[in-house]
Ligand binder design. Structure first.
Ligand SMILES: C[S@@+](CC[C@H](N)C(=O)[O-])C[C@H]1O[C@@H](n2cnc3c(N)ncnc32)[C@H](O)[C@@H]1O
Length: 312
């Protein structure tokens, strides 16, 4: 099996404590368990979905209702199952769901999803809002925008308005508008690396990490501007590189004093480390320790999450 790119392995060396390293390394060499959620917007009777899945026997994920996991070998059967194709269930990593659990969207609120396609998190936000209130979903890449639209339709989302737009413009256009903002930022996609398929890192390089960080900074400023006083912002990436995670947040926190990190609501016991408060000899904002770095394991994908509150 080919090794991971050396520059990425250096990041793992710096980040992952030695006792966790064998588990993290193993996650790059085997297919992962498949996690899914039952979608209440299409399937209010979860028990009926589980019955329809037989002979597949999903195991509940402790701490959250309606979330289950199956062995990696069942992935194809689940992906092509009629319950998946009709939107009764949705295959979604648990760390990706955690971004929405941390956002805590409520029925009746105004919520912004600033980087939305293909729409897994948008659909979970809509389900948490019981389709009540207003959900704005932004995606600038045309093909992905239409995929988002089709997915939300299939998943029974009715309270979303979709915008084919650069997210960096939104804060200027509608300042102080939203109760909650999710920025699941475009990133260098390090969470998708697998040694089973070296093309998974074909588009990755340290330069790509730097370019992603520059875009993420612009989007984060826009997200912060679009947030109402007192509102909640979740910043997430599926990248492990601190340049795309804590460093982007640190630059924002140095520049303005109306936002601060707060603890993440965290219903599931996920393998995660606290956010960094220093990187490559540079000190970072001390409250970034409240962020969480979900580790890549046999059932979780790498994910970085931080929750910010805006002064009321
Ligand atoms: C990590 S993905 C989002 C995944 C999505 N939240 C989900 O859970 O299905 C990031 C998305 O940001 C989009 N994107 C890229 N540049 C953007 C920009 N300037 N403004 C808003 N979104 C952007 C990408 O096309 C991509 O669809």
């Amino acid at each position: 099996m080919p090794p991971l790119p050396p520059a990425f392995s250096d990041v793992l060396d710096a980040l992952i404590p030695s006792d966790l390293r064998p588990r993290v390394d193993a996650s790059y060499t085997a297919p992962k368990a498949v996690v899914f959620r039952i979608n209440p917007l299409r399937a209010p009777d979860a028990a009926a979905v589980l019955t329809a899945l037989a002979p597949l026997r999903p195991e509940p994920v402790a701490g959250v209702e309606g979330v289950f996991r199956l062995p990696a070998d069942d992935r194809d059967a689940l992906t092509h199952h009629p319950m998946a194709t009709d939107g009764s269930l949705y295959i979604q990593g648990v760390a990706s769901m955690a971004a929405v659990w941390a956002l805590q969207p409520q029925p009746g609120e105004e919520v912004l999803d600033l980087a939305a396609a293909p729409g897994g998190k948008t659909a979970l936000i809509a389900a948490s809002m019981a389709n009540q209130g207003r959900l704005a979903a932004v995606e600038p890449v045309r093909a992905r925008f239409f995929r988002l639209k089709a997915n939300l339709q299939r998943l029974g989302v009715r309270n979303a308005q979709l915008y084919l737009k650069d997210g960096a413009q939104v804060g200027r256009l509608v300042p102080g508008r939203f109760d909650r903002v999710l920025l699941d930022a475009p990133c260098s996609s390090e969470a998708q690396f697998t040694r089973l398929d070296p093309t998974s890192w074909a588009h990755w390089s340290p330069k790509k990490v730097r370019a992603s960080a520059a875009l993420q900074s612009r989007l984060l400023r826009s997200a912060a501007d679009a947030l109402k006083p007192g509102g909640v912002l979740i910043y997430g990436t599926c990248s492990l590189s601190p340049e795309e995670d804590e460093c982007v947040l640190d630059a924002l926190l140095r520049e303005r004093d109306d936002l601060w990190p707060e603890p993440l609501p965290w219903p599931v016991d996920l393998p995660a480390l606290p956010g960094l408060t220093a990187w490559r000899q540079q000190p970072l904002h001390p409250d970034l320790t409240l962020a969480r770095r979900v580790l890549p394991t046999e059932w979780t994908d790498a994910f970085f999450l931080c929750r910010l509150r805006k002064r009321g």
